[in-house]
Ligand binder design. Structure first.
Ligand SMILES: [Zn+2]
Length: 228
């Protein structure tokens, strides 16, 4: 294959992957109507593939995904890209190890967002996946790079692959789009369980040394069994 055909084949595969991953957002009830989105970096290219804006989840196909450059400008696609494209493009520009970004307004995580309170690390699965609390990012409006900056500033020095943006919702990152989706699913699950626990009484803490050990094991030793 020529280099150009190679890039086209890669883009086609990423279109397929990104379209299919949106079914996980509805499966786990992380989104309503057309809110939320998944994007993925095109490996080796300054490009990303993202959900079109305003298209119903049932109508998402590989063909209607939108290819943009890393400044959010459309390179290929009939539809306008998701309104979060600029924020996600900023993340791909600033964090070269990120291969996928997911955004949802999932209910329990958004409830923590409204109170601006990080979800404390009081479950082993939270230590595994997030390595500590799930942090809160700043309040930011759509329309410039302030959401992107808020995500990057919060996650840059944090173990967590998810940030709950204040009064808004979840942005999660991963080395692949599939891992970013997993982080969004886990974030909602942890936010829900800790919320329910709080109704019953104060949660018991986990020692920092145990959080560190759990996270290390899950990220390194447990790797072969992990869904990747
Ligand atoms: Zn949003």
């Amino acid at each position: 294959m020529t280099a150009v055909a190679d890039v086209q084949a890669t883009i086609a595969a990423i279109r397929q992957e990104v379209a299919a991953l949106h079914a996980e957002l509805t499966r786990y009830q992380l989104v309503v109507w057309t809110a939320g989105n998944v994007s993925a970096r095109v490996p080796g290219q300054d490009l990303l593939v993202i959900k079109p804006s305003g298209v119903s989840y049932d109508d998402l196909t590989p063909d209607n995904m939108v290819v943009c450059d890393l400044h959010g400008h459309v390179v290929e696609g009939e539809h306008a890209p998701s309104s979060d494209t600029e924020a996600q493009a900023y993340v791909y520009r600033e964090m070269p190890h990120v291969g996928g970004v997911v955004h949802t307004h999932s209910t329990y995580a958004a409830a923590w967002a409204i109170r601006g309170e990080p979800v404390p690390c009081v479950l082993t699965m939270c230590a595994d996946e997030f390595g500590g609390e799930i942090p809160i990012g700043p309040f930011a409006v759509i329309g410039d790079d302030s959401i992107g900056r808020g995500i990057v500033d919060t996650l840059r020095d944090h173990r967590s692959p998810a940030v709950i943006m204040r009064n808004h919702g979840v942005f999660s990152i991963g080395p692949t789009a599939r891992k970013a989706v997993a982080a969004a699913v886990m974030c909602e699950d942890v936010a829900r369980t800790v919320h329910i626990s709080r109704q019953l009484g104060p949660p018991l803490p986990i020692d920092q040394s145990h959080i560190d050990a759990l996270h290390h094991r899950y990220q390194n030793v447990y790797g072969q069994q992990k869904d990747d």
